[in-house]
Design a protein around this ligand. Structure first.
Ligand SMILES: [Cu+2]
Length: 344
């Protein structure tokens, strides 16, 4: 990721909106800069990301074991564990030479994009696969050319071997609302044949921090939390009509094979829970060992439906290797379960 900082934040929202409605790009720029010249000298960034779509082997349970209840085994879900998936892979620059490392707990998720309200996201997309794909974001402000879906705009379906740059504006309407915590999550996914492509593995998240709440200009993460985790609850359908091919996964792993959700007592931890999929993707996400605060309500279970996004806060008080799982019986049985670790 590369950040270019500009004196642009704090421009009067009205002038920006007026400019957008005015249509012409030149007119928009003039109004934009006139608006900005007069007001607050806050910093905003253009944050650039490079993402390639690539085919990759994916194993839903690399240990080959049920790590939650070893004696129960993997059942029908263990008959085939490895499949060819399509993934969003992050790179440091336009050479697309060396994939950026990401934490183990991210599993199959694409790179985490971050922004602060007022920023612009520039996402360079290279399609290295054999089918047309896109990146369609939720939440952020985009023109039709930057929607990554639906129509003949260049970004709606990027052919194999081709590239496209998406520009997304992270305005107030993309940021946390009054009852939200200081950062929220938006999904992004491919949207040429959406229902197939999410299932292929082309899913990621955008985290947006409220204005004034970032650590620094170069670190857009919120400063009132110590750690942020993201969890995608989604059943991947690998073999139509075969229960064993229904992979009830958290970030693409089953039966405790997702590792890395690790924290310490007293850390301020934020969880961004997202879901995608079909009518069976109604999940009740449950933490053992700790309650969470959801928009002012206390609970230890949050409900998600396909394309839901919810952000919850906790400060763990009890050390342990705790379960983190879907509370729907069938889903639990099929392996939609892992652990989160609270160290003393
Ligand atoms: Cu579930």
């Amino acid at each position: 990721m590369i950040d270019h900082h500009q004196r642009r934040d704090g421009c009067p929202a009205d002038s920006v909106r007026a400019a957008r409605h005015a249509g012409g790009r030149f007119a928009a720029l003039v109004v934009f800069f006139l608006g900005c010249w007069a007001v607050l000298p806050a910093q905003a960034a253009v944050r650039e990301y490079w993402i390639a779509a690539e085919k990759a082997a994916w194993n839903y349970a690399p240990s080959g074991q049920n790590r939650i209840r070893p004696e129960a085994g993997l059942g029908v879900w263990g008959e085939t564990l490895s499949y060819t998936k399509y993934r969003y892979v992050g790179y440091a620059d336009g050479s697309y030479a060396k994939p950026l490392p990401q934490p183990e707990w991210m599993g199959i998720l694409g790179p985490q994009l971050r922004a602060v309200v007022g920023d612009t996201l520039k996402v360079h997309f290279l399609n290295r696969t054999d089918r047309p794909l896109s990146i369609h974001p939720h939440g952020v402000f985009y023109s039709k050319d930057n929607e990554g879906a639906d129509g003949d705009a260049a970004g709606a379906a990027v052919p194999p071997g081709k590239a496209h740059t998406y520009t997304w504006i992270v305005d107030e309407d993309a940021g946390p609302g009054p009852a939200d915590p200081s950062s929220i999550a938006w999904l992004y996914h491919s949207h040429v044949m959406e229902e197939e492509e999410a299932n292929l593995g082309l899913v990621g998240t955008i985290l947006v921090t409220r204005g004034g709440m970032a650590h620094s200009d170069s670190n857009p993460a919120p400063r009132d939390v110590d750690q942020e985790f993201t969890a995608l609850y989604m059943i991947f359908n690998e073999e139509e009509g075969n229960e064993g091919g229904m992979k009830h996964a958290i970030n693409g792993r089953i039966f405790g094979n997702l590792e890395g959700y690790e924290t310490r007592i007293g850390q301020r931890v934020r969880w961004h829970i997202v879901a995608l999929g079909n009518e069976t993707d109604n999940h009740t996400v449950h933490w053992h060992g700790q309650t969470v605060l959801v928009r002012g309500h206390r609970t230890d279970v949050v409900e998600v439906l396909p394309a839901s996004m919810i952000s919850v806060d906790m400060a763990p008080r009890s050390a342990g290797d705790w379960l983190f799982h879907c509370h729907v019986d069938d889903h639990m049985m099929a392996g939609m379960s892992t652990r989160w670790y609270v160290r003393p």
